[in-house]
Design a protein around this ligand. Structure first.
Ligand SMILES: [Zn+2]
Length: 465
């Protein structure tokens, strides 16, 4: 084995990337250890175990040495109520499975009102998880506001469906909206980009009437949860034309995605000139996801981050959906490497969860042979429609600051010593079925899995004004 190759494996990371991305970026990564203390079982799609297994790969690749590690503060009810309604926050903070079981009848109206129960259950530790997730995204925003980092990462964030007054699609607290509200204290214009397979409806809705936040969502559209995100949904009032929706069909591959993402985002950056960017990296758009229907590889998914990084605008990177756990970890680990500017060896280092990644033990995911139902005709029409929408915008709208609130100070916690490896928790030497995470979404919401073969262009034609 060549000396360099051996060094790459032993040291985890290998060569710095070259080209336009070669410049260093200061990266701050938010992580709370032992987040899986709230482990809910693998059938639960919002399983925070995904963040732990991602972190495990990050540490074994040595990426933690190339960035600042921050432990998120726990967002309080008052922080969460900056977006969510007081009664909903109060309910989330007090409810537990035991309370519900004992007082189901008296809580029934609230459960219906807040869209909780059935597919969106209350589980032990849920509010604590929301506090970590929201604290991470608010802290990531504060870090960018203070120019303490160029890129901030919070893989425990990205819960884009949660609404002001209710839960939706496994999302209870919308950490993204809270993070963007914090960014708006300092930054005039914030761009939100969503590459989860599902439409980023909660974030779009929160900023639908303002030009201070532009939202761009790439998602499967047509008889698929949450059902919103039509290309003609462009915002209203002052926010008209500041919501962009890119409706896509099953089988989206890397080349097709890049052919849309890069020209649209290039135009957005040219015209809107955001002061900060938030990227939701939902990994359910990867090939082989349990709930998704796209065919992206890890590299194809990460190309979005690579492209955005090249603009060197303050950037917040968040998690989101992703229901085949081993691929979520692969993707978010690789994207962490892209953020810090290194190209990790595809051969996975030995780690506590090594057996999850068999039989190939590779960082990357091969695309499947599924058919790409996004036709060249659809893609050209979508691209032209959105570029035309962007051409209607004034260059760099000068949204006035009504007020400039002071930047909040987040209590800093001590940096974690990531060289102290976490104890083995899952693999104990017994037989292990490497596919068992495929079962984790067995109780999936039927809305989330509805499929369609309708052409996006057909929908666009039908809905012509
Ligand atoms: Zn999703």
């Amino acid at each position: 084995m060549a000396t360099r190759e051996r060094a790459e494996i032993e040291n985890g990371v290998s060569l710095p990337s070259v080209g336009m991305d070669a410049n260093k970026r200061r990266v701050t990564y938010f992580y709370k250890p032992n987040i899986d203390a709230h482990y809910h079982g693998e059938e639960y799609p919002m399983n925070p175990f995904r963040v732990d297994i991602t972190h495990n790969l990050i540490v074994h690749y040595g990426l933690h040495r190339l960035m600042q590690i921050n432990r998120p503060f726990l967002a309080d009810k008052v922080d969460i109520a900056r977006f969510h309604s007081d009664d909903y926050v109060e309910f989330l903070s007090t409810v537990s499975p035991q309370i519900l079981a004992e007082n189901f009848d008296s809580n029934y109206c609230q459960l219906k009102r807040f869209n909780i129960g059935g597919d969106f259950p209350i589980l032990n530790g849920l509010f604590d998880f929301c506090r970590v997730s929201a604290g991470g995204s608010i802290g990531a925003a504060v870090c960018l506001n203070c120019s303490n980092a160029d890129i901030t990462i919070n893989w425990a964030g990205g819960w884009h469906h949660a609404k002001k007054t209710k839960a939706s699609g496994f999302c209870y607290v919308n950490d993204i909206v809270l993070g963007i509200l914090e960014l708006l204290k300092v930054h005039r214009r914030v761009l939100y980009i969503d590459i989860d397979v599902h439409h980023g409806d909660g974030v779009e809705e929160a900023f639908y009437t303002t030009d201070r936040v532009m939202t761009v969502s790439f998602h499967k559209f047509g008889d698929f949860f949450p059902g919103t995100g039509h290309i003609k949904d462009i915002g209203v009032g002052a926010g008209k034309n500041y919501s962009l929706n890119v409706p896509l069909n099953d089988g989206l591959d890397d080349e097709t995605f890049r052919g849309l993402f890069r020209p649209i985002i290039q135009k957005v950056m040219d015209v809107y000139q955001p002061d900060a960017v938030v990227l939701q990296c939902g990994a359910d758009s990867l090939s082989g996801d349990r709930l998704g229907c796209f065919n992206l590889t890890v590299k194809g998914h990460a190309d979005c981050l690579r492209f955005l990084r090249s603009f060197n605008v303050p950037l917040m990177v968040l998690g989101g959906g992703g229901y085949t756990v081993r691929n979520v970890a692969r993707c978010w680990c690789y994207e962490t490497a892209v953020a810090v500017g290194v190209e990790p060896s595809p051969k996975l280092p030995y780690n506590e969860y090594y057996e999850y990644f068999g039989p190939d033990y590779n960082l990357h995911v091969e695309p499947s042979t599924m058919e790409n139902l996004n036709t060249p005709r659809d893609l050209e029409k979508i691209r032209n429609t959105l570029l035309e929408q962007l051409s209607r915008l004034p260059h760099a709208p000068s949204a006035p600051f009504q007020t400039t609130p002071s930047v909040i100070e987040v209590p800093e916690e001590e940096e974690e010593d990531m060289d102290v490896r976490p104890k083995r928790r899952i693999w104990s030497g017994e037989d292990f079925d490497s596919d068992h995470d495929d079962d984790m979404a067995s109780s999936k919401n039927s809305d989330l899995t509805a499929q369609t073969s309708r052409s996006v262009a057909d929908d666009m034609d039908e809905d012509k004004d």
